[in-house]
Design a protein. Structure first.
Length: 226
């Protein structure tokens, strides 16, 4: 299955630097849009709410060399994503809400070079190690469809995965523009035994797991520095 969406969002970042070049950088991001859900087995839905927020705290150091600046950093990140595909799909299958939470350890490198007195170029590459992932599937949302009278919500834990980020920022005076690529690859979760559905013909009990999945995001950010 896949969910594709176009999102608009807002970012905040602040940098606090000491005299030795060490810095702290809090970051926050929120993006929201409408997603299209597609599955080869359960059909499709369009115009579904799809959004996420992210909060990170980074610490690093600026190192000057040959007129450029190299920044090495690490920190802690939290990401929460929500997708709502309640209702019936194009093939009459009921959907449900999904909530995804990820706690990660980002490690990155930024190279900064000055192009003129007013402009500079920053290139960033980052690797994130997944510390813990959690998937909450609200299967109770399927109650009332196709004869389902009861369904149990399921929580799965993911313990393996990684993320990659790459961006290039062109900054002139207080304005900047940054094209970026974000990628996440998360492995299979644990399996949970759950009474997933109850109908007039009986209760279905199954092992439920979140399969290996990946997320790709491509975008452009425009920012003003206060």
């Amino acid at each position: 299955m896949s969910i594709k969406s176009t999102k608009l969002g807002i970012d905040y970042a602040g940098t606090f630097v000491d005299a030795g070049g060490w810095y702290l950088r809090p970051e926050a991001r929120f993006e929201s849009g409408k997603g299209t859900y597609t599955s080869s087995t359960t059909g499709s839905m369009s115009g579904r709410p799809d959004w996420y927020y992210e909060a990170r705290g980074l610490a690093g150091k600026d190192i000057a060399f040959n007129g450029d600046v190299l920044s090495v950093y690490a920190g802690l990140g939290y990401r929460y994503a929500f997708s709502d595909v309640r209702g019936l799909s194009s093939t009459g299958n009921p959907g449900y809400r999904r909530e995804s939470s990820y706690l990660s350890l980002p490690i990155g490198l930024t190279h900064q070079t000055r192009l003129s007195n007013r402009a500079k170029l920053l290139s960033t590459i980052e690797f994130s190690h997944l510390l813990r992932g959690q998937q909450d599937s609200k299967l109770s949302d399927t109650v009332g469809y196709n004869g389902i009278t009861a369904a149990q919500d399921v929580r799965n834990i993911q313990r393996r995965g990684y993320g990659l980020r790459f961006s290039v920022t062109y900054q002139i005076d207080r304005w900047s523009i940054r094209p970026y690529v974000d990628y996440w690859n998360v492995k299979d979760s644990d399996s949970v035994s759950a009474a997933t559905t109850t109908t007039a013909t009986g209760t279905t009990t199954a092992l439920v797991k979140e399969p290996a999945n990946n997320t790709k995001a491509f975008g452009v950010r425009v920012a003003y520095r206060f």
